[in-house]
Design a protein around this ligand. Structure first.
Ligand code: BG6
Length: 463
């Protein structure tokens, strides 16, 4: 955990009339108010020619569509809400913001705006006195589109805010089952002796989505699966699975360990990746007819340290796959000798962490089938299973940022290290293979497997 900080005394969100505010921020604000976690002025900023009344209506529409309106909490939200309609390039917008903030001296500025505008807004916040001593800033991924632009973005942010006041949202880190990965690893003593190359044969992380780019074609064209989810969500999950235990005595220990782990990942080479694109991607609105952007990526990652030397970490992420599910499968070596049926030889113990849509933690083992013969079957020891009804990541993360706790946010050094990992496989450096919607991506992905391995496909929701 980060050192205790004073809570923010105002919440400003740029992009108040935009999509992210509509889908995520208003529901998170209402929920925080309902739970008594937000009682400071909330200032929306945008350039839309709107009034405060328009923004309140927008908030109501957003809540009706995303989770429902809680009348009491909504009434408080309306009372706390202010609105500034102004151009981000106009200094007057920020003069008005400073006036609206009144006595507030620790505002949290949430930049729910396109990344090209980050620089303009951050610098204007600095010039207008809105970024004094206690002020904080929250930004959304993508944090740059390669190492160079990430460095540039970090320089801009650092010219106005100290690193401890910069909160980079990777919403995966705000997910309860993702946090549980490190909790489960370090709250139990039985795992640590086997959590290394001596016992673990491979790790697979699969993020499957059974839909396409869902109307975000224009954005996706500038991203592709590697930039959209591999460089951030998937590598962050890998770090949580592989990092060393954080020391309770070291400030920011978890993020230090994550950074160390990310820096131990061997930069990916073209032969470590297979890119795919689903048939029909070109027909999505906003997509170029000859686009070579990948909607699927499989990568084989090596972690160069003593704990993980020789253990492949295989990541797959794709759109238009058979199910929507995110799952981690940790496979152990099989026993050194086959004593029972030959079938046992091909079966290995696994730990399965299903992160969504349901949350499940299971150990797969072999047990003897009743009868005279020594033959067995796979059994699942389900350690933990519940519906995914946790606090939504945005509420969790916004609450943490308001309190000044940066533990679950991506740090500059880790983001830059992650860009170094993918630097050599971005854009069209590797071939693009087609795949049919509803399949597990191009068959070429099998090339990344070794020996008699296979891909472990998540089965998706059980109901
Ligand atoms: C986002 C990506 O960061 O994560 C999307 O831009 C992806 O392409 C989404 O669909 C998945 O997040 P979740 O929480 O819905 O699994």
């Amino acid at each position: 955990m980060s050192a205790a900080a004073e809570s923010a005394d105002a919440l400003v969100f740029f992009g108040a009339t935009g999509d992210l505010a509509y889908k995520q921020i208003f529901p998170a604000l209402q929920s925080m108010i309902r739970h008594g976690r937000l009682d400071v002025p909330i200032v929306g900023v945008a350039k839309a020619g709107w009034t405060l009344e328009d923004l309140r209506r927008r908030a109501h529409d957003s809540l009706s569509e995303h989770g429902g309106v809680d009348e009491a909490a909504y009434a408080k939200l309306v009372a706390q809400l202010r609105y500034i309609d102004g151009d981000y390039a106009d200094p007057q917008t920020f003069v008005r913001l400073r006036e609206t903030l009144g006595d507030a001296c620790r505002p949290l500025h949430y930049l729910a705006i396109p990344p090209v505008l980050f620089g303009t807004v951050v610098e204007a916040l600095g010039r207008s006195g809105c970024a004094e001593e206690g002020a904080r800033v929250v930004i959304e991924k993508p944090f740059g589109r390669d190492l160079e632009s990430a460095l540039e973005l970090n320089r801009t942010l650092a010219s106005v805010f100290p690193e401890r006041h910069i909160f980079r949202i990777d919403h995966y880190l705000g997910k309860e089952p993702v946090e549980n990965l490190i909790y489960f690893r370090f709250a139990n003593s039985f795992l640590e002796p086997i959590w290394n190359r001596d016992h673990i044969r491979s790790v697979q992380i699969t993020m499957a989505e059974n839909f396409g780019v869902a109307g975000r074609g224009a954005f996706y064209e500038s991203a592709g699966a590697i930039r959209d989810v591999v460089q951030n969500h998937m590598l962050q999950v890998l770090c949580l699975l592989a990092l060393d235990p954080p020391s309770p005595n070291e400030p920011d220990a978890l993020r230090n360990e994550k950074s160390r782990l990310m820096s131990s990942i061997r930069p990916l080479a073209p032969e470590d990746v297979v890119r795919g694109q689903f048939d029909g991607y070109h027909d999505e609105p906003g997509v170029a007819p000859d686009s070579t952007v990948e909607t699927f990526a499989a990568v084989r990652v090596a972690v160069d340290n003593w704990r993980w030397e020789g253990v492949p970490f295989l990541i797959r992420a794709g759109k238009q796959l058979p199910v929507t599910a995110t799952e981690v499968l940790v496979e152990l070596h099989h026993p050194p000798e086959t004593i029972f049926d030959a079938e046992d030889d091909r079966r290995r113990n696994t730990f399965r962490f299903t992160l969504s849509p349901e949350v499940e933690l299971a150990l797969q083992a072999r047990a003897k089938l009743p009868g005279e013969e020594m033959v067995g079957e796979d059994v699942q020891l389900i350690a933990h299973h519940r519906r995914a009804d946790e606090m939504p990541p945005y509420e969790r993360l916004l609450g943490d940022a308001m309190r000044g706790d940066a533990t679950l946010f991506a740090r500059e050094d880790t983001v830059e290290a992650a860009w170094k990992v993918v630097a050599a496989i971005l854009d069209d450096t590797t071939p693009l293979h087609r795949y049919a919607p509803g399949t597990w991506g191009p068959a070429e992905a099998d090339r990344l497997l070794t020996d008699d391995d296979c891909w472990h496909d998540p089965r998706g929701p059980t109901t």
